[in-house]
Design a protein around this ligand. Structure first.
Ligand code: TYD
Length: 144
């Protein structure tokens, strides 16, 4: 997946229909999203102080949305860490393949919705941090 190597994590603005009855955001037909959505999952009831993620994906690209509450997504590319605070239901964090991520600092009641480009496969995960760092150091982050 050579084309993913130059892709960077970034915030994507999603449509927001403002309405005095309550706001609405949607995703359709890959509009503004750089991959085909094959799967959607969400995490919720995350206990205070807990951390999720702790892995990289070889192929899967993801768009992470705080549909409720707030949390941090910490991204590591093998050299540098960056942290994105997600707290707006009309913004998604795009994470290309090949980036290590952890999610933490969940506010009570937060819901983390993730749209992803592949169906679930454990083979797509790199879960060993030392292995990930070795892969990154040798120019392979699992996304080739
Ligand atoms: P994992 O991806 O490690 O969770 P997170 O990154 O949010 O902390 O998945 C946790 C468990 O759930 C693991 O046993 C795999 C399983 N799982 C599925 O069966 N299907 C899925 O779509 C996902 C995302 C996870």
């Amino acid at each position: 997946m050579e084309q993913n190597v130059t892709l960077e994590p970034r915030i994507i603005q999603l449509p927001k229909i403002c309405d005095p009855r309550g706001n609405l955001t949607f995703v359709q037909d890959m509009d503004g999203i750089p991959f085909n959505i094959e799967r959607v999952y969400w995490t919720y009831d995350v206990p205070s102080g807990e951390s999720r993620g702790g892995h990289s994906h070889r192929e899967a690209e993801e768009l992470v949305v705080a549909v409720s509450g707030s949390f941090n997504v910490n991204i590591f590319d093998g050299e540098d860490w960056s942290t994105f605070l997600l707290n707006r239901p009309f913004q998604g964090l795009y994470i290309p393949a090949g980036y290590w991520r952890t999610l933490d600092n969940f506010a009570s009641g937060s819901v983390c919705l993730v749209m992803t480009s592949t169906i679930y496969s454990e083979d797509d995960y790199v879960r060993d941090y030392e292995e990930y760092k070795r892969m990154a150091a040798s120019g392979r982050r699992g996304d080739e």
